[in-house]
Ligand binder design. Structure first.
Ligand code: BTN
Length: 321
């Protein structure tokens, strides 16, 4: 009901009487009044004038599952979307649900994370303006194949940012997304497996969307869509675009076991052509990142011409944070 009232007020951009709202929605004026108050509690600014009705002045930048799902037609990811006000970590919440038998496709997003997790045991700032969510999938894959799914997820988010904002987002292999030299997205995938079969994967994604500033220690390395565009974006519409892209890229990866358009992936990968270093088996490999193979793995050629295929790990890229 609240979403319907909001839609009418949004499209009118003027006062709409309680009587008209109650006629159009087939409910009593008391029900309209109660829902208007509830919208105000959610943070919407709605003015009311006797004999004229209600006018929407400002919608808060809050995530709304109904708005996000509106017109979204995905095959796996985002079949169900749940928005929490606050949570320790959306990854932890998805893992708790998965342990209770939650099927594939659930996305949990939160307005605030009190213990957001980053890779390598780091934390992830979970405050205002960011988009924090985790998708649960249960594909029939072996645990070793999951790093490619994470690559596919990064590719999907990168495509969505480019499509929605027009910004030149690029992939810092394996799964950070950067604009210029600054990080805008981080991905942490956690899995549970039995023997050689994956039970589930929790793909956790943090996107700096409307963040106005960052803590001192990461300020020189982090950016948001707001800091790059100079204006806020609608997180619900943007989120819908991200889910739709993620679903396409990941579902096609699960079927074909290769990234659909590796040429496009490579073209968007800021790591290619740069000098990189990565730890493998207790040894530091240094060389030039030359290409990405169909599994999304990074090929590095060292100064002696030896070729290495890297499928996961923290790669240091010269010139990027
Ligand atoms: C990284 O770059 O270190 C990965 C960051 C991943 C952050 C996201 S935010 C949503 C999800 N929940 C978490 O606790 N972490 C991931």
């Amino acid at each position: 009901m609240k979403t319907k009232i909001l839609k009418i007020l949004e499209s009118t951009n003027d006062y709409v009487s309680g009587e008209e709202l109650s006629k159009r929605l087939g409910v009593s004026r008391t029900a309209i009044w109660k829902n208007i108050n509830s919208l105000r509690d959610d943070g919407c600014m709605i003015s009311s004038v006797t004999n004229r009705g209600y006018r929407l002045e400002k919608i808060p930048d809050l995530l709304d599952g109904d708005i996000i799902s509106c017109g979204l037609d995905t095959s796996v990811i985002g079949k169900r979307i749940e928005i929490l006000k606050t949570v320790d970590s959306t990854n932890e919440e998805i893992k708790r649900r998965a342990a209770k038998g939650e099927p594939s496709g659930l996305i949990i997003a939160a307005e605030e994370q009190t213990k957001g997790k980053g890779r390598l045991g780091k934390s992830w700032d979970g405050h205002k303006g960011g988009l924090f969510f985790t998708a649960l999938i249960r594909p029939e894959l072996s645990p070793s194949e999951i790093s490619s799914i994470t690559l596919a997820a990064g590719y999907g988010v990168c495509l969505a940012i480019r499509e929605y904002t027009g910004l030149d987002a690029r992939i810092k292999w394996p799964n950070d997304i950067i604009i210029g030299n600054k990080k805008i997205v981080g991905i942490l995938t956690e899995i549970a497996a039995q023997a050689d079969m994956l039970d589930y994967a929790a793909i956790g994604i943090g996107i700096n969307v409307n963040n106005r500033s960052f803590p001192e220690e990461i300020n020189s390395r982090a950016a948001s869509l707001y800091t790059e565009l100079g204006k806020e974006i609608n997180r619900n519409d943007f989120f819908r675009c991200v889910i739709s892209r993620l679903d396409k890229v990941i579902s096609s990866f699960i079927v074909s076991m290769s990234i659909d358009d590796i040429t496009s992936f490579t073209g968007l990968c800021a790591t290619i052509g740069r000098r990189v270093s990565v730890q493998r088996g207790g040894r530091l490999i240094e060389g030039k990142a030359t290409r990405i193979d169909p599994l999304g793995e990074l090929i590095i050629v060292d100064d002696s011409g030896n070729e290495y295929t890297i499928n996961s790990g923290e790669v240091t890229v010269q010139g990027i944070y």
